[in-house]
Structures are given as structure tokens and as C-alpha cells.
Ligand binder design. Structure first.
Ligand SMILES: Cc1cc2nc3c(=O)[nH]c(=O)nc-3n(C[C@H](O)[C@H](O)[C@H](O)COP(=O)(O)OP(=O)(O)OC[C@H]3O[C@@H](n4cnc5c(N)ncnc54)[C@H](O)[C@@H]3O)c2cc1C
Length: 520
């Protein structure tokens, strides 16, 4: 056995997984086919629940430093040609990070290496195999082909995953004919930018910011910084595209001409990229010793979704895989990865396919649907619901057992916690990515119950106002495994806690170490 876990692919999902595995005590080997960091820009940023998980790992300062500006709530988000406007909400539902993908990958790669991961660049996985004990990767490296053996192998190798195909995991779904081309540009002097943000294009007239539909496709622009715009064209091209193949300036200009019917004189142009849309999901996220995460597991037909869902896959998988490798995983733990993340992916597919229906229709009926949808989003409740769908903050994993607390399965809220040692927060407690029993009501009975698992979980006592529950059992991925209702009698709460601890964290260890952590 060369290593415990092989990760194929050093994109956001693979590098996040590498860091999380290291936190859980497993040093993976990452194999990346590109000899150096990608130059094709891909995502300009990301958003959603992953922003919170990065904060819960203490990584947001580094993310903000790399982005060069603070992480902020998104004032709006595109939703299939409709524009949910969150700017008037006091607590907007989506947080966005304007960090281009290559810089995100550098940050995650540095962090994974600091924590002990090994990353080999220029090593392409050409095929995978498994038996009852090992998973192997055939690799083409700079010095020729070789084979690596591990206990588990995770395919984080993107949409065209060799791991997925080699393992024979079906990837059913639809490829849409839309091709989107993006460029970050300044405009030539002959184009006037009016005070209200409109462009006055010679030979065409005024174009408003946002999306302009023409007979040939969609042209869109938005301001990035003063003087710099993000331009996008969308056209139907049934041949499909390769996201990773570089795009030329001529290709971009030709596309703009086709869509607008005239040339748009450009100044400086950077960050040219292209992407197509697919709605696909791997039939299984686990096949024995081979697992999938990120774009290898799912493709969504809308922007701004992939990084969030893919990195959350990694947060969910890492601690479960580490538990199996550590030899203490309760039965079925690793299978909950497929159970939880396949449904989360299916939900992301639901909302992104709804976006396809909203965006692609060109007739008056489709326009009426968009207008009606936009009208509904004037009300706060549907607006928040759409925001939570886009961000993936509405994910609630089903927890076993009857009569679960409303918080069970949800992402733990970042409560301010007062302890005898001062003020802290749920986010700070989650930095080491260890499970936490948070006693919020000085419940000796629950702390005593959890004592038998204190080799695996951290037990904290604190006060918070308002108190959402008497106690929270929080998994390393920050989802709540179990919660005690306020004032719940020990007769029901303690056995339920014991069951949850056994279900997620395995066999208890009888211990005589006294609990010293008492409330302030
Ligand atoms: C132009 C464009 C704009 C986008 N904009 C956004 C956005 O704004 N927000 C957002 O959230 N998402 C966006 N996306 C989607 C986002 O880029 C993907 O969802 C994200 O990259 C998926 O991460 P991943 O780690 O799963 O896969 P990838 O980023 O595809 O990483 C896979 C890695 O595996 C490597 N690899 C592939 N095959 C092998 C092999 N056989 N052996 C070893 N290594 C291999 C690849 O070189 C790559 O480094 C955009 C995509 C494109 C193309």
C-alpha cells in the first residue's frame, strides 16, 4: 500500500478534500495531470454555504487576502434570466467571494501542503482498478507510467472524469447546446459609457447592463471595477465545447458580432473563457473503494453553483473516509456520503434545470413566465427561498431516529458562546474539524453520556442567548447530528444522544477521566 487515499485532480474539490483529510489525520496523495496551476480562468468567484464552512475552518482571512477585498453578501444573483434582488434584505441569503479559481486553487493547495498532503503535478491518472482490499491508479508521470495503490481513491478529476468512466459509474443527463463565452474587457474609446451604466455602441445604439436577448443569442455585461467590464455571449451550438480548451480573442469577437449583429470595439481583454451547460449526475458517488466528488460527480446547467457543491462534497466525505481508515467508523458511515451528497446534488440539479426552463424559452409565453417569476420574487419569502436554494443553505440531511429536533441535519448556526474562558463561537470551535458536543444548558447528564466518546469528540459547555436547544452534537462538516430540545428530560435526551454518538462516531470508550469543563 503506497498511501491511504489517492485523490485524482487538484481542482477546488480535490484540494479541499486533501486539506480536510489532513485535519482528520489522513495524509492523501493528490495526482494532478497539469504540470502547473491552471491558466484557463474558469470561475471568477464562488458563493453559498461553502463560504461558511471556510469561515468555520478559520480560512476566511486568507480567502479575503487572496481576493483583495472582504467577502460580502451578494446584492443579486442570476437565476435563469430572472434577477433576484437581495440588496434590501437586512441579512441577505447569499455570500459571495470574488476570488478567481486559479487563486482559490493556489490557496487550497498551499493549505493542504501545510497540513501534510502530498501533491504531484504532471501526473495523469489513466485508469483505476479495485479489489476487496485496495484501489489502484495507473498514472502517466514525467518519468513514465507507474501504478499507485491505496485503500481508497477519490475521483475529483472534473466533468470528463477518467476515474468515473474507468470505474464504470454511469453519468446520465443532458447536454444543452448553449455555449457561453466570457471576457474581462475595457472598451475602445469609440464606445461611450453613459452615466446610467448603458453602453452606446457605434452602429447599434444603447445596450443596458444585464442580459440583452437578440435573434442570435444573449449578450450580457456587468461592471467589475471602474473601467473594467465582464462581457458574456450565449449562443446555441449543438457541437458542444471543451471548457478546458483556451479561447482566443478572435473567437470571442466573432461571437459578439454574431449575437449583436455588429462589432463591439474592445480595448484590453483578459481572462477569456468558455463553458457549456450540462445537467448530469453520477449514478453512484461510491463504488466500493472508489468515490467521486465535485464536477466528476455532477454538472449543473447554471453558473455560480459548481464550486460550492463540489467543495461541500469534500467536507462531507473527508471525515467519514478518515473514520474508515482510522478503523473506528460505525457500519454504513461511508455510505452516508452518497446518501447525503447525492440528494444535495439532486437538489442543485432541480434548481439549475428550472433555470434552464426559465432562460431558454424565446417565445412570448416564456417571456411571460420570466416576468411572473420576477414578480413573485418581489415578496420576501419566495426571494429568501430562492436565495437559500442557490446557496445550498436549505440542505438538511435526514438524521436517523424518531422525533428529531428541527435543527438536526442542518448546518450549525454560528452562535456566540460565553464560556468560563471567555467568548467564542461555533465557527471557532469548528476550526480543527472535530465533532463537538455543545452543552448550552449545563446538562451534566448529557456531558456524562458523551464522556465515553471524548477521545473522538470535543465537549464544550457554554451559554448563548437565545438558546436554540439544550445541547447540539455537531459533526466535523458542521451539520447537526442531534439536538436536545429545551428542558428535555434526561430519560429521553441521554439515550438519544448515546444513539447519535454511536451512529456517527462508533463504539464508546469506557473512561474514568473526570469532566472538568464546567459552565462559567
Ligand atoms: C468558464 C467557467 C466559469 C465558471 N464559473 C463559475 C463560477 O463563477 N462559480 C462556480 O461556482 N463555478 C463556476 N464554474 C464551474 C467550476 O469551475 C467547477 O464547478 C469547478 O472547477 C469544479 O471543481 P472540481 O475540483 O470538481 O473540478 P475541476 O476544477 O475541473 O478540477 C479537476 C482537476 O482534475 C484534473 N484532472 C482531470 N483529469 C485528470 C486525470 N485523469 N488525472 C489527474 N488529474 C486530472 C484537472 O486538470 C483539474 O485540475 C465555471 C466553469 C467554467 C468553465
Amino acid at each position: 500500500m503506497d498511501t491511504d487515499v489517492i485523490i485524482a485532480g487538484a481542482g477546488p474539490a480535490g484540494l479541499m478534500l486533501a486539506g480536510e483529510l489532513c485535519l482528520a489525520g489522513v495524509r492523501p496523495l493528490v495526482l494532478e495531470r497539469q504540470p502547473r496551476l491552471r491558466e484557463t480562468p474558469k470561475a471568477n468567484g464562488f458563493n453559498g454555504q461553502i463560504v461558511e464552512l471556510l469561515r468555520y475552518r478559520g480560512l476566511l482571512d486568507r480567502v479575503e487576502a487572496a481576493a483583495g477585498r472582504p467577502v460580502r453578501p451578494a446584492p443579486e444573483a442570476p437565476f435563469g434570466g430572472v434577477h433576484p434582488d437581495f440588496s434590501h434584505l437586512a441579512d441577505p441569503p447569499i455570500w459571495a467571494v470574488p476570488l478567481p479559481q486559479p487563486r482559490l486553487e493556489r490557496l487550497l493547495g498551499d493549505r493542504a501542503r501545510e497540513l501534510g498532503a502530498r501533491i504531484r503535478r504532471g501526473h495523469e491518472v489513466t485508469g483505476v482498478n479495485q479489489d476487496g482490499v485496495t484501489a489502484t491508479a495507473d498514472v502517466r508521470g514525467p518519468d513514465g507510467p507507474y501504478r499507485v495503490t491505496a485503500r481508497y481513491l477519490v475521483g475529483c478529476d472534473g466533468a470528463h472524469s477518467v476515474v468515473r468512466d474507468s470505474a464504470g459509474i454511469p453519468f446520465p443527463g443532458t447536454t444543452y447546446p448553449e455555449v457561453n463565452r466570457l471576457g474581462q474587457v475595457t472598451l475602445a474609446d469609440s464606445v461611450t459609457r453613459l452615466d446610467n451604466g448603458d453602453l452606446d455602441v457605434p452602429g447599434l445604439g444603447r445596450i443596458r447592463p444585464g442580459f440583452t436577448r437578440t435573434d442570435r443569442g444573449v449578450f450580457a455585461f456587468g461592471r467589475l471595477t471602474s473601467g473594467v467590464l465582464l462581457l458574456q455571449t450565449t449562443e446555441d451550438e449543438p457541437a458542444g465545447v471543451d471548457d478546458d480548451a483556451p479561447m482566443t480573442l478572435t473567437e470571442f469577437q466573432d461571437s459578439i458580432r454574431r449575437v449583436l449583429g455588429t462589432d463591439l470595439p474592445l480595448g484590453d481583454v483578459t481572462r477569456l473563457s468558455r463553458y457549456g451547460f450540462q445537467a448530469r449526475q453520477a449514478q453512484r458517488y461510491r463504488d466500493g473503494r472508489i468515490l467521486l466528488a465535485g464536477d466528476a460527480a455532477h454538472q449543473f446547467p447554471a453558473t455560480g453553483i459548481g464550486i460550492n457543491v463540489g467543495m461541500l462534497d469534500s467536507g462531507n466525505l473527508a471525515w467519514k473516509l478518515a473514520a474508515v481508515i482510522g478503523g473506528w467508523a460505525p457500519p454504513g458511515l461511508l455510505d452516508t456520503y452518497h446518501g447525503e451528497r447525492h440528494s444535495a446534488g439532486a437538489r442543485a440539479l432541480l434548481q439549475t434545470q428550472a433555470q434552464v426552463a426559465l432562460r431558454r424559452g424565446q417565445d412570448p409565453a416564456a417571456q411571460a413566465l420570466r416576468e411572473l417569476f420576477q414578480e413573485l420574487l418581489a415578496d420576501e419569502q419566495p426571494l429568501r427561498r430562492i436565495g437559500a436554494l442557490i446557496a445550498g443553505t436549505d440542505i438538511c440531511y435526514p438524521m436517523p431516529g424518531p422525533g428529531q429536533h428541527a435543527l438536526a441535519g442542518t448546518f450549525a448556526p454560528d452562535l456566540t458562546l460565553h464560556t468560563k474562558n471567555g467568548t467564542t463561537s461555533v465557527a471557532e470551535l469548528m476550526h480543527p474539524a472535530r465533532p463537538v458536543l455543545l452543552d448550552l444548558a449545563n446538562r451534566t447528564d448529557l456531558r456524562e453520556t458523551a464522556r465515553d466518546w471524548q477521545h473522538r469528540i470535543d465537549i464544550h459547555t457554554a451559554e448563548t442567548v437565545p438558546r436554540p436547544a439544550d445541547a447540539l452534537l455537531i459533526r466535523p462538516d458542521a451539520h447537526i447530528a442531534w439536538a436536545a430540545t429545551t428542558g428535555e428530560p434526561a430519560a429521553t435526551a441521554a439515550p438519544a444522544l448515546r444513539e447519535a454518538l454511536s451512529y456517527w462516531f462508533g463504539t464508546p470508550l469506557k473512561t474514568t477521566v473526570p469532566i472538568t469543563d464546567r459552565p462559567s
